[in-house]
Design a protein around this ligand. Structure first.
Ligand code: DDH
Length: 290
């Protein structure tokens, strides 16, 4: 991998775009798992004490790297390592989040505003001193609306933003050896769209009969699609359902809301100082603390 000039983030975007296609891996693209990496790197945020979030790239260290919810993301990180090694000037925290927005756009999704400035923890001890323990903060797919709200309200998201973000399940698939779940949500999982919401609302979802954890399948010949308990909560809960219906009917609205909520997610806990750098100071940037 060649290097690009210090500060050339478009050059990094190009390098990410070039490695997305990967015949033989899942559905032929590493795009979905890169989006998931950006989300899990950021989704540990706790607004009360301003810990967690993408700054620091704590997932390189235990216990975050060993969190069951992050199983499989070692592949996503490894896919990006050659870019990190060729360009030591970019932080892992910036690279992971930039790769997520780049992959989303390359798969037909909206352009998500993204800013650099994240810095990296130097060690596991530094990560723990700053964040405390962030493992166990990501959502559990076997639970319902209350759990989803507990997790996303903790980060400062609204019901509308929760439903928009959940539309990321237009992409990728579940892997039995990672989460225990199996299958994809939509027919074309490497193309971003509002299909997830359309399928959620129009198919009859029944529990799959298998030895694995509870998940749902639609009984339509020729389609082998799945939903998680947390996905179904988006239509069972009346407030969530209002947004699921709007997004199923209006892809443009979904894209706008998704890009805004995804950008907000990637910014959580990234408190930049006057020079545009987000220092790893306990409790966030001293200028904003309190
Ligand atoms: Fe997700 N997700 N996700 N998800 N997610 C999985 C895969 C992917 C939950 C559980 C799972 C978001 C929200 C939730 C993506 C993006 C996003 C898998 C399967 C599980 C389980 C993992 C595996 O086996 O490899 C739960 C629960 C929630 C919830 O909100 C309650 C959000 C907000 C996003 C986002 O990006 C904004 C993507 C992409 C994937 C596909 C990954 C892949 O490898 O393919």
């Amino acid at each position: 991998m060649a290097s690009v000039k210090n500060g050339d983030y478009d050059g990094i975007r190009n390098q990410v775009t070039k490695i997305l296609k990967r015949p033989g891996y899942d559905d032929g693209s590493i795009g979905p798992v890169l989006v998931r990496l950006a989300w899990h790197a950021s989704g540990t945020y706790e607004r009360k004490d301003r810990t967690g979030g993408s700054n620091g790239a704590g997932m390189r260290f235990a216990p975050e790297s060993n969190d069951g919810a992050n199983a499989g993301l070692e592949h996503a990180r490894a896919f990006l390592d050659p870019i990190a090694e060729a360009n030591p000037w970019i932080s892992y925290a910036d690279l992971w989040t930039l790769a997520g927005v780049t992959a989303l756009e390359a798969m037909g999704g909206p352009k998500t505003p993204w800013k650099p400035g994240r810095t990296d923890f130097k060690s596991e001890q530094a990560a723990e001193a700053y964040h405390g323990k962030v493992d166990g903060r990501l959502p559990d797919a076997s639970q319902g609306a209350q759990h989803i709200r507990d997790v996303f309200y903790r980060m400062g998201f609204s019901d509308q933003e929760i439903v928009a973000l959940s539309g990321a399940h237009n992409l990728g698939r579940c892997h039995e050896d990672r989460s225990g779940f199996d299958g994809k949500w939509v027919v074309n999982p490497t193309r971003f769209s509002n299909q997830f919401f359309k399928l959620l609302l129009t198919r009859k979802w029944v529990p799959r009969k298998w030895d694995g954890p509870l998940q749902y399948e639609a009984v339509v010949v020729g389609e082998k699609l799945m939903m998680l308990e947390t996905d179904l909560a988006l239509i069972k809960d009346p407030e969530f359902r209002v947004w699921a219906e709007k997004y199923a009917a209006d892809q443009k609205l979904f894209f706008e809301h998704f890009a805004a909520a995804f950008a907000k997610l990637l910014e959580l806990g990234v408190d930049r100082d006057g020079s545009g750098v987000a220092p790893l100071v306990k409790g966030g940037c001293p200028y904003h603390a309190g």
